[in-house]
Design a protein around this ligand. Structure first.
Ligand code: COA
Length: 322
């Protein structure tokens, strides 16, 4: 039997056991681990994307696995994003099935009709356990992302880009006078980057949500560098975000977006290079920068390859109607 508990981030003992099991489940995989602090803060109430985690024990109370479900509140209200994991040595006993049943149930009760899951595959194995598990559970393949890493320290190409655009780098917080425009850029990532057929819509972002996210990141110990391109008319043409979690060996290249009308000026590469230069002191000593792109996103991948990123894994996105 699998006994399930909801994780309470204020319960030190339960959280320590939960996090140790989570870290054990992903050890040696290509899935980047969140730090204990990042995950704990993530479990605190969030008006935009509340996140619930379940912890699974066996009949003797020993930790066996867990999972989580995220329920977006201001956009994509048909969807839920879920994750499951089982500790090594306790697999093929039905624990992940029990956790996922419970997560799907939470999603159903919240009125969601579709659950998203991800499965990471090494480059030399296109049918690892997570894929077999999701297929068994009735999940359908939706799209593929490629995971790339840039080993550090990196030898970067020379700074580039159209000099008519000015690059500005911000450490952590977006300046007040740029908040609305930065939020407008963040709203567009779903419609501007290649997606699968599941029907995701753009996310809700406004100035208040940007600030709320930044407050959360500070509590999570996530250091942040953002570089934007400012067009000749003074408006933002694009942005790129680099995340550096405290205590993590790696850094993460998150969203990069150039507005359609400003494409073709080399801004994607220029912003990413400028951001790495701005973050150089904070990147020192880290192992690598990790980034995910839709496999179909040729332009972004060309930029990453030019910087020296190399593919290390695939991530399949899977969906199921519940
Ligand atoms: C994928 C994972 C969560 C499966 O956990 P689990 O507790 O072993 O899963 P279950 O016992 O509930 O498996 C249910 C069914 O999935 C399929 N399945 C699971 N692992 C499989 C494997 N290695 N090979 C083939 N089929 C597998 C089987 O049909 C299995 O039923 P069976 O054992 O009766 O044949 C586990 O391997 C894991 O934690 N991997 C690392 C974390 C991870 O990648 N999580 C993302 C998951 S999408």
């Amino acid at each position: 039997m699998t006994r399930l508990e909801t994780v309470d981030p204020s319960d030190d003992r339960q959280y320590a056991e939960f996090y140790a099991a989570y870290a054990a489940a992903y050890a040696g995989t290509l899935v980047p681990l969140w730090t204990a602090r990042e995950k704990r803060v993530h479990l605190q109430p969030d008006p935009y994307e509340p996140y619930t985690a379940l912890f699974a024990r066996d009949d003797d109370g020993r930790p066996v696995g867990g999972g989580s479900v995220t329920l977006p509140q201001r956009d994509n209200r048909e969807f839920a994003y879920a994750e499951v994991w089982t500790v090594p040595g306790r697999r093929r006993e039905g624990h992940a099935t029990a956790v996922l049943d419970a997560l799907e149930d939470i999603a159903r009760r919240a009125g969601r009709s579709t659950v998203f899951m991800e499965a990471t595959s090494p480059l030399d194995d296109d049918h690892p356990a997570p894929v077999a598990f999701l297929e068994k559970r009735g999940y359908i393949f939706d799209m593929r992302d490629a995971v790339r890493e840039l080993p550090l320290p990196a030898e970067l190409p020379a700074p580039s880009g159209d000099p008519a655009y000015r690059l500005e780098s911000w450490h952590g917080r977006v300046p007040d006078d740029r908040l609305e425009q930065y939020a407008a850029l963040r709203r567009l990532i779903v419609s501007e980057a290649p997606q699968g057929d599941a029907g995701l819509e753009d996310q809700f972002w406004d100035a208040e949500r940007v600030r709320s996210e930044q407050d959360r990141r500070e509590r999570q110990g996530r250091d942040f560098w953002i570089t934007v391109a400012v067009a000749p008319d003074g408006t933002l043409a694009g942005h790129t975000d680099l995340v550096l979690p405290e205590g993590s060996a790696d850094a993460f290249q998150w969203d990069t977006l150039v507005l359609r009308e400003h494409r073709g000026h080399g801004l994607g590469l220029a912003m990413k290079l400028a951001n790495m230069h701005a973050a150089a002191d904070d990147l020192a000593g880290r192992r690598a920068i990790i980034t995910y792109n839709a496999a179909a996103n040729r332009h972004m991948i060309a930029v990453n390859e030019a910087m020296g990123y190399r593919q290390v894994a695939w991530v399949g996105e899977y969906v199921k109607k519940i």
